[in-house]
Design a protein around this ligand. Sequence first.
Ligand SMILES: [Zn+2]
Length: 144
Amino acid sequence: MIRQENHDSTEWKPLPPGSLTAFARRERSKRRWKQLTLAGTPVAVLVLLVLVSLRLSDWSQPSQPTFGGIACAEVASHMEAFSDGSLDQSLMGTIRDHLSECPACRQKMESMKNLQSVTSRNEPQNNFNESSSPHSQLLVASVK
Ligand SMILES: [Zn+2]
């Protein structure tokens, strides 16, 4: 009985039920994948192009960082007036914000202050005191 069934199956070679539809489905999904990748390639290229152009527009912008909403070049142009305190209150604040975020400008400002203290030290009225701290400036004022 079992033998008979085995013999039948080898001769008949019926496909297991559903195998044909499964095969067709596999083929269809394969084709769909091919279509997807075919359609996806231009899309991917487009996305890449958009990303690259975004990047390029970033690069085409001035490379100078703008800390505190102001560019380093602008800070540099106002630096002298800033150290004098002769600037707009709002601009003073903006530059102060910039300096707190921008080490390059902070360094520039420091070196300028040093230069100023050197030149002020050379002035006769400040000659007797080496330091330019607020305390010594107070002393100078009280002496005068
Ligand atoms: Zn700066």
